[in-house]
Write a protein that binds this ligand. Structure first.
Ligand SMILES: [Fe+2]
Ligand SMILES: [Fe+2]
Length: 473
């Protein structure tokens, strides 16, 4: 075949010749000729080669319980931007966006108590009084004496707040250190013009008491994210071990048979041009081919499993959040495609799914957070009732409605992005960061970040039991 191509005046790289010497077929020759290129490289040939069919192990004695049940999935479209993006990025859009955020979080913070809630426009009428203000943080700095100074605003005006360092104030100071730009908080304190001297800081928070929601049906959900199809670090064999398990191979067969739902929180593919020199990290450099690999994975799953997929920062939708659902022509398999973030009720259990792109800016701005414990970052989101508080910390599209507000407390909160499994419970919400199927990248080595690949959390919806299965063995 190489001779035929050379005979037609087509030149080949050494790598291309290597591939062709082990892949001799008339079909491939015709495909190469159809490219009508005078110079053929490895990158031209790879997408043309038929991938060997993945042989999935199906055990004959396996009777999955999940097969007996119809799926029960409801997408809450109010909290999903898919099909509803209206912004032109104008000043008006920014104003509407912040007003919407402020009003909704402000409503959560408003409560009646002994300290009156006042507007900043009225603050000077309350000199020497104790008041409570609900504000957005527009600036934060430390003074020479080590006090914290905040510039704050509401819809009626702006003011300055001081949190002083003193041993009587340590608890408030700790909270104030965690306050970040664009946070919406309630601050209680005394008005001593030109400042309000803070005595307490509160975030909108989740309600303390909530009933744990369980499913009536004995089914389970598995949680994945950050598959990164197309990356040279993608762990195909471990993902195949997971697929085989769902088909009844290996231990915990009964649990495998209960898995009815598979939730995938973004970074389905590695994408193209996501960061400088990414092409060196890719084995598949065509975005459609990367999604075709994902479709193959979906096609090999048991038919009774319902897959819910949201995008991440590596996926082929707009980069700014909120992100709309992946397009139908990227993933041909039958899935429930949702936006990022999205709110989905599965078997009556409310799920909030967010890729987690803003975890980076949260870690760099809030003391004591780290990539080792993504679940602690997730708790900070829940406290703030917001998924990306620092505007511009990561790319945000200023929609007139702020889709990053956590309007309803979720039963399960699922993210990915940092490639590290992490779990906790916070005020009745089960918090899950679902790890990855990508091996440690060179970038992560430089960062000293150690991912936890091929660990899949599986949750039994009837019993409220979570366990993590390791598919590396
Ligand atoms: Fe990722
Ligand atoms: Fe990501």
């Amino acid at each position: 075949m190489i001779e035929e191509l050379v005979g037609k005046g087509i030149r080949l790289t050494v790598e291309a010749e290597d591939i062709l010497s082990s892949n001799k077929s008339e079909e491939l020759l015709q495909k190469i000729l159809l490219l009508k290129k005078p110079f053929i490289s490895k990158e031209d040939i790879e997408p043309l080669i038929k991938k060997p069919q993945v042989e999935v192990i199906r055990t004959s004695d396996f009777q999955p319980l999940a097969k007996e049940y119809a799926a029960d999935i409801k997408i809450n479209h109010t909290f999903d931007v898919t099909g509803k993006s209206r912004t032109k990025g104008s000043v008006d859009n920014f104003i509407s966006h912040f007003r919407n955020r402020f009003e909704r979080l402000g409503r959560m913070l408003r409560r009646s108590g002994s300290t009156p809630n006042i507007d900043l426009g009225d603050v000077k009428r309350h000199l020497n009084e104790k008041v409570r203000i609900i504000v957005l943080i527009s600036a934060k700095r430390e003074t020479k004496k080590g006090n914290l100074l905040f510039e704050v605003e509401d819809l009626t005006g702006s003011f300055k707040v001081v949190v002083s360092t003193s041993k009587y104030n340590e608890k408030v100071m700790d909270k104030a250190r965690s306050v970040i730009l664009d946070d919406v908080v309630a601050i209680t304190g005394k008005v001593l013009e030109p400042y309000l001297i803070a005595e307490d800081v509160e975030w909108p928070e989740l309600p303390v008491i909530r009933e744990k929601k369980l499913s009536e049906n004995d089914l389970a959900a598995a949680y994945l994210s950050d598959l990164h199809f197309g990356s040279k670090h993608f762990l195909a064999h471990y993902l195949k071990a997971f697929t085989d398990w769902l088909h009844g191979k290996g231990e915990l067969k009964e649990l495998a048979g209960k898995v009815k739902y598979l939730n995938i929180a973004g970074d389905i593919v590695d994408g193209i041009g996501i960061y400088p020199n990414q092409e060196k990290e890719l084995v598949v450099k065509d975005i459609y081919q990367q999604y075709a690999m994902f479709t193959d994975f979906l096609e090999n799953l048991p038919d009774h499993i319902e897959v819910i997929v949201g995008p991440g920062n590596h996926d082929a939708v707009r980069r700014g959040e909120p992100q709309p659902a992946l397009d139908r022509d990227l993933v041909s398999s039958d899935i429930t495609s949702v936006g990022n973030p999205s709110s989905i009720t599965i078997e009556g259990i409310k799920h909030l799914m967010y890729h987690g792109t803003s975890i980076d800016s949260m870690i760099s701005n809030i003391p004591n957070l780290s990539y080792m414990h993504p679940e602690q970052v997730m708790v900070e989101y829940l406290k703030r009732r917001h998924l990306s508080p620092i505007y511009g910390g990561n790319l945000i599209v200023p929609e007139n409605i702020d889709y990053m507000v956590i309007e309803e407390p979720p039963d399960i909160f699922h993210t990915g992005h940092v490639h590290k499994n992490g779990y906790t419970q916070y005020r009745g919400t089960l918090v899950i960061n679902s790890g990855t199927f990508q091996d440690r990248t060179d970038y992560q080595v430089k960062q000293g970040h150690v991912p936890t690949p091929a660990m899949v959390p599986v949750y039994e919806l009837k019993y409220g039991r979570l366990r993590t299965l390791d598919f590396k063995s």
